[in-house]
Design a protein around this ligand. Structure first.
Ligand code: M6R
Length: 368
């Protein structure tokens, strides 16, 4: 039940801190990552030389963050592929390949078929699902469940943050096992993970600022989203949310692509959300994105920056700034996504649309 919330989506966004906390529950113990669910594929994990993540929609965007973590922390070459593309192009699979599928429902037909295909061709399969007993989990060699609780709204929200949390746990576990992470670094990352629910609750308190922003934009016909590095999948997700909920043309780009084409779209009044990288992670990346903001601003764009608290470099150029608490570069995407989810929801509500049940969409896509 909606329990006082205006929509299931609003309720489910409010449950995001719990979705992360519950997905971590019992899995971080004495500075270690404990995932007995991976036992059935332990031998394969010890030997893995490549990971392919398969998923659709929002789950595929969580997969991009999983890729960054798996490569950065565990040093395993990782690709992300849309499930429906994967099995139609003769992918190279060996007994040393691990195929990780991600699915909230665990029933998405495209992803299920990709998992079956991978298994039949000798790869090892791990699924990350949010629904106990789901078909994809049953069809996989091992299954790791996210504990976001049932997600009713068609737009995926709390499942996304839970998926990223689960992927980060897998990446940390592999990094520990493979010796690619120093114990001190592991401790720091685990601390950041455990602190996320509290910080995300702070982000959710800024909901009224985002509602005001959305209400002022209900006549907008096109919105662009830019992000770089871990901000890139967040830009893609922000655009997907806006398309599916508010029926507004939206596109997410890697900020570095701007000069390779998309900047031609910028005309006076074009709304652009920019997910700004942490200045503490990579000074040069931060500077590059701030310079992207200057470039589009100079062409008349209306810029809404999502930036870390204390990042003053964006202030002279952004028309609006949505703040997120400091969380360490890899963890900030988990805080930056909520403002974009709320924005799409509020804009859809301002247009009088059904937030939970957008037109033409089903919660779980069980046909190919
Ligand atoms: O149940 P799944 O995670 O497999 O669903 C995948 C996509 O269909 C899903 O994420 C879809 O993109 C959502 N409507 C996005 O909000």
């Amino acid at each position: 039940e909606k329990g006082g919330w205006s929509s299931f989506m609003a309720k489910e966004i409010s449950e995001e801190p719990d979705a992360i906390a519950n997905t971590l529950l019992g899995r971080v113990v004495d500075g270690d990552v404990v995932l007995p669910e991976l036992d059935p594929i332990q031998a394969a994990l010890d030997d893995v030389d490549r990971i392919i993540i398969v998923a659709c929609g929002t789950a595929a965007y969580s997969g991009i963050l999983g890729k960054y973590a798996l490569e950065k922390w565990a040093g395993v070459p990782t690709e992300v592929e849309l499930s429906h593309e994967f099995r139609y192009r003769d992918p190279v699979l060996t007994s040393r390949t691990l195929v990780i599928s991600i699915s909230q429902s665990g029933e998405t037909m495209d992803t299920l078929m990709a998992v079956k295909y991978a298994g039949e061709r000798g790869a090892n399969t791990l699924s990350i699902c949010n629904t106990q007993g789901a078909t994809i989990a049953r069809e996989s060699d091992a299954a790791l469940f996210t504990h976001a609780g049932p997600e009713v709204a068609v737009a995926s929200t709390k499942a996304f943050v839970a998926q990223v949390t689960a992927l980060y746990l897998v990446a940390l576990k592999l990094g520990i096992a493979r010796g690619t992470l120093e114990p001190g670094v592991v401790a720091g990352h685990l601390e950041q993970l455990l602190a996320l629910p509290g910080k995300l609750s702070q982000v959710l308190e800024t909901g009224s600022q985002i509602r005001e922003l959305a209400r002022g934009m209900s006549d907008t016909r096109s919105v662009l989203f830019l992000g770089r590095n871990v901000g890139y999948p967040i830009a893609l997700e922000g655009a997907l949310k806006l398309k599916e909920l508010a029926y507004i043309h939206a596109e997410g780009f890697a900020a570095g692509e701007l000069k390779h084409g998309p900047i031609a779209l910028i005309e006076p009044g074009q709304r652009v959300f920019v997910v700004v990288p942490s200045p503490r992670d990579s000074d040069s990346l931060h500077r590059k994105v701030v310079s992207n903001i200057q470039e589009i601003r100079a062409r008349g764009a209306f810029v809404i920056a999502i930036a870390e608290e204390g990042d003053v470099a964006v202030l002279p150029y952004a028309d609006d700034v949505l703040r997120i608490p400091l969380a360490g570069p890899m963890f900030e995407p988990l805080l930056a996504v909520a403002p974009l989810q709320i924005f799409a929801m509020e804009l859809a509500a301002a247009k009088g649309l059904d937030v939970d049940q957008p037109r033409n969409l089903a919660k779980s896509v069980t046909v190919e």
